[in-house]
Design a protein around this ligand. Structure first.
Ligand SMILES: Cc1cc2nc3c(=O)[nH]c(=O)nc-3n(C[C@H](O)[C@H](O)[C@H](O)COP(=O)(O)OP(=O)(O)OC[C@H]3O[C@@H](n4cnc5c(N)ncnc54)[C@H](O)[C@@H]3O)c2cc1C
Length: 659
């Protein structure tokens, strides 16, 4: 019999669902909250906001992170901003419009009800953050300022220069610290969750490694929440922080949590191009730059060849010889088309030979027009730190005048190219953000919930904080309502013994391979396979080759890995080896999902399924579902379980950003 997934979405017209739902919550008796413990793994925007909120509500929270401070979570990397439907600009924004843009942006592969709820609470997030003192940019008159991000024709992105994630995290961190001081949150920094402990079918605790002493420790609670971020680093080179990993999520998957839509990986169009094979990190240039920067390549192939040979510079090419290809192809949205569309368009130009650097894999992002119109001061106020970051890395300052043709000043353009950035797929959760393991919840980037096949810019922070501040604190109570009557599970139960023994045995296994290859050398090779066969353009044949190559490389990992040191004390190489073990599982999962989805949608582009103009061609008849995967053991193909999508409020149609 086919397995059935209950997403717990209540019936009723979509806009009423969340209100109805809140009204029907079986809220935990306030006295009992004091007896209930919740483990929150992660202190990024999702984890920190959830831990702070749960602590404030009276639960006892155990909060862990791998960094030495919650403030160092990957979330601080977020540059451009956070969306909300405040309509401060009076440009026609509304909750419905944010809901609509997000569903359309996700190529109609997200759950309608989840996205509506997200749009609805978006405004509360801004109020909450302002109350915490987050220094959002303001207009001269004091009103919070907004800018535009891709896939929207309104300005709804709130920002704090190019450091929005950092400022939001400082806000969440101050709330968290308040709860630490009040004794409601116990913080464990430099701890890594290695496994989830299941007792009688419910998540009852975790095994975590103290990264400084190397010791394994047991934590027991009434519920476990993972907020451990995405799996972009499977590709080795990405814009993610170096420490980002998917170990916690993959361990939950191995223990029975379904993994949803793994093939939906976001490739961001505006990253600094790869410049050599010694690189281990890519740098994002925020999407906000597309508000004022124009993307182009030369119209003439001979100009492109001269740029590639270094005999010509971008600023020597006059206006009439520039192809602003996004403005040409998508007049309605221009440079602000969604990321998947912009990335594919850049690849198309470069594949045709119009790339502008020595590798032929770059396009220009040019501020000449906006600097001429607004002045450098205004542009620096908006993007100063991004210009400086670009200069630090490339030694080119995009605000420097380089040429004057027919009285028009030309500034030095940035060079950009698409790179792995965000993962829409993640642990499957129902409407309550609960996974298929009762008592195990997943929030933020590590769940699959709201972005469908493509996330719109500035919506990840919105989702992370919505989950942490406003959704999970309600929905988890539904699960916890009757938990207070059960005694807390002691950590000396056999389930904890067994889980800890397995983790310990894995550490021994990795240390004892004693082969010849470093973790990074194998990870880099995995990244090449992922980018080549499971990257921006996928084919059935390529995916099969990719899977075969991954399988062979995993064997190499299992037999020829060298991890120096011991498991006692700090051993960063050992930690990286654990992460790589799980990137292998993840990489294969991405490929399986991509192979099973014979259509193109959002970030998942199968070259066999495209229109004559090179746009993604969906197949709603056969693939209008969330693809959920159940683990079937190492080396075995996972099982696909489908959650059909149902739309009531939005008409499912082909995305159009042209008019
Ligand atoms: C360069 C860059 C710029 C971005 N800019 C924007 C933007 O402008 N707007 C936007 O909306 N989004 C942006 N994003 C995306 C956004 O930053 C992330 O999606 C979001 O911050 C993820 O938050 P999170 O809390 O889910 O996870 P993270 O911030 O990744 O936090 C994960 C947490 O889990 C912990 N952790 C991980 N594994 C374990 C483990 N095994 N055990 C214990 N702890 C663990 C980590 O210590 C960390 O505390 C950007 C992303 C990048 C890479």
């Amino acid at each position: 019999m086919a397995k059935v997934l209950d997403s717990k979405i209540p019936a009723g017209p979509v806009p009423e669902k969340w209100k109805e739902y809140k009204a029907h919550q079986r809220l935990v008796n306030p006295k009992n909250k004091l007896k209930l413990d919740v483990i929150v793994v992660g202190t990024g925007l999702a984890g920190a906001s959830a831990a702070a909120s749960l602590g404030e509500m009276g639960f006892n929270v155990i909060n862990l992170c791998i960094q030495d401070s919650p403030r160092r979570a990957h979330s601080i990397a977020a540059q451009g901003g956070i969306n909300a439907a405040k309509n401060y600009q009076n440009d026609g924004d509304s909750v419905y419009r944010l809901f609509y843009d997000t569903v359309k942006g996700g190529d109609y592969r997200a759950r309608e009800a989840n996205v509506y709820r997200l749009a609805e609470v978006s405004n509360n997030i801004i109020d909450q953050c302002v109350a915490q003192g987050v220094p959002f940019a303001r207009e001269y008159g004091g009103m919070l300022a907004n800018r535009s991000f891709g896939g929207a024709q309104v300005s709804r992105t709130f920002y704090a220069k190019g450091q929005t994630g950092q400022q939001l995290l400082l806000g969440a961190y101050s709330s968290l610290s308040c709860q630490v001081k009040a004794g409601k949150v116990k913080l464990y920094t430099r701890y890594e969750m290695e496994d989830v402990v299941i007792v009688d079918g419910r998540a009852r605790g975790i095994i975590a490694k103290n990264l400084v002493t190397g010791k394994l420790e047991r934590f027991s609670a009434n519920a476990v929440v993972i907020a451990t971020g995405g799996y972009g680093n499977t590709y080795f080179l990405s814009t993610n922080a170096m420490g980002c990993n998917c170990t916690a999520a993959v361990q939950c998957y191995r223990k029975g949590a379904y993994f949803a839509n793994p093939s939906y990986v976001q490739i961001h169009p505006t990253c600094i191009p790869v410049h050599g094979d010694k690189q281990s990190k890519l740098t994002l240039m925020s999407e906000s730059l597309r508000n004022d920067g124009r993307i182009w390549v030369p119209k003439k192939i001979e100009d492109a060849k001269a740029l590639q040979a270094g005999t010509k510079q971008g600023w020597e090419i006059p206006e009439e010889d520039r192809d602003y290809y996004l403005e040409r192809r998508y007049p309605a949205f221009g440079n602000l088309v969604p990321r998947d569309v912009a990335s594919r368009a850049a690849k198309e130009r470069c594949d045709k030979g119009y790339g502008v650097n020595n590798t032929g894999l770059a396009v220009f992002l040019d501020f000449s027009e906006s600097i001429n119109r607004l002045g450098l001061d205004v542009i620096m106020q908006r993007y100063g730190n991004l210009f400086e970051m670009y200069e630090e890395i490339t030694d080119v300052f995009p605000g420097d005048v380089a040429n004057e043709i027919n009285g028009v000043k030309y500034y030095k353009p940035m060079m950009i190219y698409p790179a792995i950035h965000y993962t829409m797929g993640g642990i499957w959760v129902d409407y309550e953000l609960q996974t298929t393991i009762p008592g195990l919840f997943a929030i933020g980037e590590c769940n699959f919930s709201d972005h469908g096949a493509n996330r719109l810019g500035a919506s990840a922070l919105m989702q992370g904080l919505a989950d942490g501040y406003f959704v999970l604190p309600y929905t988890i109570q539904n699960y916890l309502a009757d938990q207070a009557v059960w005694p807390k599970v002691p950590t000396d139960r056999p389930e904890f013994d067994e889980a800890e023994k397995k983790v310990d045995a894995e550490l021994d296994r990795l240390l004892n391979i004693k082969g010849k290859r470093s973790v990074d050398s194998i990870h880099k090779e995995l990244g090449h396979i992922m980018w080549e066969y499971v990257g921006m353009g996928r084919t059935a044949e390529g995916l099969k080759t990719g899977l075969k190559k991954m399988h062979e490389l995993e064997k190499e990992f299992d037999t020829n890995l060298f991890v120096p040191g011991t498991k006692e004390g700090l051993n960063v190489e050992l930690d990286k080896a654990i992460h790589l073990r799980d990137f292998f599982t993840m990489g294969q999962l991405v490929a399986f999902d991509a192979l099973s989805r014979n259509e193109s949608c959002g970030g998942h582009f199968r070259e066999e399924y495209q229109t004559e103009e090179g746009e993604a061609k969906r197949d709603d008849e056969n693939y209008f579902y969330v693809g959920c995967w159940e683990y079937k053991g190492k080396g075995n193909e996972p099982e696909l379980i489908k959650e059909p999508l149902e739309y009531e409020a939005i008409k499912v149609q082909t995305r159009n950003y042209k008019n």
